[in-house]
Write a protein that binds this ligand. Structure first.
Ligand SMILES: Nc1ncnc2c1ncn2[C@@H]1O[C@H](COP(=O)(O)OP(=O)(O)OP(=O)(O)O)[C@@H](O)[C@H]1O
Ligand SMILES: [Mg+2]
Length: 273
């Protein structure tokens, strides 16, 4: 059959891409501890999904399962149709505590993933400066992490992940360890970088503001074991910038997520009493 138009392709099912990340019936146990269960989520191309939930509800665990660093106990995680049983090309993760090598310079840290992936020296030498510049670390190429501020270390971790040119970027509270002003700068820089190079981003955060600001959708995990309590579409205008923070809809969404999470926190407090 020949397909003449996009409409034909859509009608015939051709060219209709599956979700980039598909999580179905996923559950995870550590021994007797059931961390989460029955998680069903789909993340599309060019979509930023933020994930919030109380401490210990399994956000990091879920990211590690998506990355293929550990298997789910039930159900499955697929990226572009492939079952995730081990890390794969095109999927990068930014960890909360930077994960930099203290004995490597900025250039060496940023190029490390490429080197592991077997990229040629010449290509690494060409790519690394671009990503160092992209995150604003120009001039710091040959310094070591201890000579960088927390925000700069976080930029370095981000450059290392971006240098892999991932189609999926997983971020575990990437800005939790930096001060409030730096955090705001990094949030907008990440959005700017994303506009230049859109990808599927799954972004775990403890900050409700950050979740609403960054996300096209906010996934709220709740319960013990946890599961998806609610998925909130963030219908704020794009691109997001500082003016977004003053948007009345931003305040409404933030309050909505806050109320959803606070129920759980209050219940936990009551348990303790
Ligand atoms: N490797 C492990 N072995 C056993 N239990 C684990 C392991 N990793 C995490 N856990 C447990 O699983 C639960 C979920 O942990 P996880 O780190 O995924 O939570 P989280 O939502 O990321 O929390 P936080 O918001 O504090 O980072 C916790 O009860 C934790 O103690
Ligand atoms: Mg965590």
């Amino acid at each position: 059959m020949s397909v003449d138009t996009e409409a034909d392709a859509a009608a015939s099912g051709q060219g209709v891409k599956p979700a980039r990340i598909a999580i179905s019936g996923a559950g995870k146990r550590y021994g007797d501890l059931q961390v989460f269960q029955d998680i069903n989520l789909e993340f599309n191309e060019r979509e930023i999904v933020t994930v919030v939930g109380p401490s210990g509800c399994g956000k990091t665990t879920l990211l590690r399962c998506i990355d293929g660093l550990m298997p789910v106990s039930d159900g499955e995680v697929r990226i572009e149709g492939d079952l995730m049983t081990q890390p794969r090309e095109g999927v990068a993760m930014v960890f909360q505590h930077f994960g930099l090598f203290p004995w490597k310079t900025v250039t060496q840290n940023v190029g490390y993933g490429l080197k592991l992936a077997g990229v040629s020296r010449a290509e690494i030498d060409e790519k690394v400066p671009y990503f160092v510049k992209l995150v604003g670390l120009e001039g710091f190429e040959s310094v070591y992490p201890y000579q960088l501020s927390g925000g700069m270390q976080q930029r370095c971790g981000l450059a290392r992940a971006l240098a892999m040119e991932p189609s999926v970027l997983l971020m575990d509270e990437p800005f939790a360890a930096v001060d409030a002003q730096t955090r705001e700068i990094l949030q907008f820089e990440l959005l700017r970088i994303w506009e230049m190079r859109p990808m599927t981003m799954v972004f775990v955060t403890h900050s409700i503001e950050e979740a609403v600001l960054m996300g096209d959708r906010v996934v709220v995990l709740k319960g013990r074991p946890s599961s998806v309590f609610e998925t909130i579409d963030v219908d704020l205008p794009a691109p997001r910038d500082r003016s977004t923070l003053a948007h009345p809809r931003f305040a409404e969404l933030r309050e909505h997520v806050w109320a959803t999470l606070m129920d759980e926190v209050r219940a936990a407090e009551f348990d303790v009493r």
